[in-house]
Ligand binder design. Structure first.
Ligand code: HEM
Length: 145
């Protein structure tokens, strides 16, 4: 992965995390929104739409990665860490999609499902970050050379 691509994915993931938290809404509660220039962080609908836009960009990027991986037969070179990342990204997208579905008035999930989907959607990005750091510290790549 090129340095540019790493920066793109890192900034996109941070922006998704930030707009995700802004929907909870914690930035008013913890006074970030009171800092001049940060009032928008307490605007639920603005951050909700931003999160959807960023999620769309992420879906396009992940689709491009999947297609290039399959077309270059790289799948067999994925290490255990590589497969872990595939499942974590898959879980983030799947729970994100379920949350999008939940927002349709016609779609009703029981509260336990909503709670678990929410926890998984919240927890997986952190797991992804922990495995990214572990991979860096242990020098494990997600692709066999
Ligand atoms: C790195 C990727 C992502 C991160 C870090 C992330 C993070 C978050 C966080 C922290 C929340 C707030 C959770 C809460 O309300 O308790 C959230 C909500 C949400 N996310 Fe994501 N998300 C990501 C990707 C996606 C994707 C790909 C989708 C759609 C396919 C998505 C759709 C949603 C939706 C619909 C909500 C709920 C908004 C609401 O109804 O309040 N997210 N996300």
């Amino acid at each position: 992965m090129s340095k540019k691509e790493k920066w793109f994915l890192g900034l996109l993931s941070f922006a998704l995390l930030f707009t995700g938290f802004a929907q909870m809404p914690i930035f008013k509660r913890y006074y970030l929104a009171d800092i001049p220039g940060f009032a928008w962080t307490a605007d639920y609908y603005l951050n909700h739409r931003l999160h959807y836009l960023l999620a769309f960009i992420l879906l396009f990027y992940l689709f491009y990665k999947v297609v290039t991986f399959f077309s270059s037969f790289q799948l067999k070179n994925l290490t255990f860490l590589g497969w872990l990342k595939v499942f974590l990204w898959g879980g983030i997208v799947f729970t994100g999609m379920l949350r999008v579905l939940k927002n349709f008035p016609q779609v009703v999930f029981d509260y336990k499902t909503v709670m678990y989907v929410d926890w998984i959607h919240l927890g997986l990005p952190f797991l992804l970050f922990i495995f990214f750091i572990l991979g860096k510290v242990a020098g494990i790549s997600y692709l066999r050379k």
